[in-house]
Structures are given as C-alpha cells and as structure tokens.
Design a protein around this ligand. Structure first.
Ligand code: ZN
Length: 297
C-alpha cells in the first residue's frame, strides 16, 4: 500500500474552498499591475491539502514579477492567523501573475523552498488578466504543478444535494434517498424547469411581438390619418403646366382657357363667376358677331 501510495499518490490532492478561490481572485484584481500575495489556511492530512481560508499579505513588496514576504507581512499574517484561525495551519501561499501566466519563477521557487518547504504546502498562482489559475506542490522533493485540484463549495451543500437529486434520474449510482423518490420527483422537476423556460420564451416573444404590432399599428394609423386629411381637407395641388416661353401662356389650349377663366373669375366676383363669364368666353363669339355685323353692315 505504501509503495502504491508513493508512486500513484505522490502528488498531493488539493481541496480548496470556492470562497478562498474567489477571495484570491478579488485580491489579485485589486492590483492589476503589481503582484499580490497571501497565505493559505487549512489542514494537511495524508497527501490531502484542504484550504479553508486565506490571509492577505499586507505590506508585501510586489514589483512586477516579484513578490516578497517582508517581516511586516509575516507579522500581520501571524497576528490574523492566531486570532481567527488558531487551530489551522499555513498550508501554502498564493500570489498573482498579472499578465504573465501560470508558473513559478526562480524567485517564486526560492520563496516556496524557504518558507513553504513542508510536503503539504502548496503555491497557488492566479493571473487576473487571463483569469487562469493553477497550483504547485511538492512531489518527491520536487515542485510540480498539481493535477488534482478540487474546488469545494461549502455554502453550496444544498446545491450539491440538489444536483445529486437530479443525477439519479440519469445516473445508475443511486444515493441514499434516490430509491423510492425518483418516480414521483424527477417528473415534476424537469416540467417545472420547462414551464419556466417556456414562460420566459413566451414572455420574451410576446413582448417583442407586441412591440412590433404597436409600431405597425402606429404607422398604419398615421398613414390612414394622412390619407383621410388629404381627402377631406382643402389642399393645394401643384401641377406642372407646359408654358410657351415666348408668350408666357400655357401651351395646352384647354389649360390656357382654364387659366383665362380663373383669372377672369378672380378679377371679378368670385362668388358669381357666371356673371362675368359671358363677356370673356363670348369674346370669340362676339368677334364673330362683330364680324358678322360688320359683314352685315
Ligand atoms: Zn510569481
């Protein structure tokens, strides 16, 4: 067993609380150009490192690719640890690599060898530019990148149970209460989810349809109103009339006549155009009559 553990389980398993991961990310993003650092708090048992909390390394000297735990940093870390985590251990450290990826530099390796040399101590690295993260630990006296990392969601205990409840309907691994329940429980659950989805979809679709319908209704009513106004209210119609440039009179004889009539009407009484009309339109006739008269004379 021991030999097997040495060969297969040489690399420690890391179980880190999701809240710690979140806090490290937050700390790293607070200084987007300089490295930040801190220590990891938890337990280390049988090749399993459990990280339950972290302490920010204040007064740490971060300069580009270097971060250094100063005397002040350690004093602050131990003060916080003694006060808040008296029964926990320092199981490693974390620092940020703003923009240069996940690895341990020579300086980082120096820090790890000198301050975190216990086999159960790890080095967590987070790049706030790429949101990449990784962890390094001791494997047979060498520092290697860990391949077995579990992010534990402690607050999500209920969520984990919920996911387990969902799983048995598909998976064959029946958990404690999966036996009697599945026939009644799984059917309403997906239905409820489906209903929610459908409701959401319908809501989104109907609101979009309503918007489109409103816009069309508005445009249609505006067009109808325009047509009605055009029909029932007086308006000026501008028409192109071909005009003889030499005389300034319309080329079309009918138009000339109409223009003539309207001018005559405007000049006289507009309400009784008939009274003035006889004089003008009768002109040709009058001339003819005159001619006749003259002839007769
Ligand atoms: Zn580094």
């Amino acid at each position: 067993m021991k030999a097997k553990a040495k060969s297969a389980g040489a690399q420690p398993i890391l179980a880190i609380d999701s809240e710690v991961v979140r806090q490290i990310r937050q700390h790293a993003r607070s200084c987007n150009t300089t490295e930040v650092c801190g220590v990891l708090i938890g337990q280390d048992r049988d090749h399993r490192v459990e990280v339950a909390a972290c302490i920010q390394g204040e007064n740490a000297e971060g300069a580009g690719a270097h971060v250094t735990f100063t005397q002040d940093t350690w004093e602050h870390i131990y003060a916080v640890k003694d006060k808040r985590f008296p029964n926990e251990r320092i199981v490693g450290w974390y620092h940020s690599h703003p923009g240069f990826g996940i690895f341990l530099s020579e300086h980082d390796t120096f820090i790890h060898k000198n301050f975190f040399s216990s086999p159960g101590q790890v080095a967590w690295v987070f790049d706030p530019h790429s949101d990449e993260e990784g962890c390094f630990g001791w494997t047979d006296g060498q520092i290697e990148r860990l391949t077995r990392i579990a992010v534990v969601d402690r607050r999500g205990g209920e969520r984990a149970e919920a996911s387990v409840k969902d799983e048995p309907t598909v998976a064959s691994t029946a958990e404690e209460n999966a036996g009697p329940v599945p026939s009644s429980e799984p059917s309403p659950k997906p239905l409820r989810v489906q209903r929610l989805d459908v409701d959401d979809g319908d809501g989104g679709r109907s609101s979009l349809e309503q918007l489109v319908a409103r816009v069309f209704f508005f445009l249609a009513s505006a067009a109808l109103g325009f047509v009605l106004c055009w029909q029932f209210f007086p308006h000026v119609v501008v028409m192109g009339v071909p005009i003889d440039p030499t005389t300034g009179q319309p080329l079309d004889p009918e138009m000339r006549q109409m223009l003539h009539d309207s001018q005559a009407g405007n000049a006289g009484n507009s309400e009784h155009p008939d009274l003035t009309k006889p004089g003008q339109p009768a002109a040709p006739d009058g001339r003819a009559k005159k001619g006749d008269d003259a002839k007769s004379r």
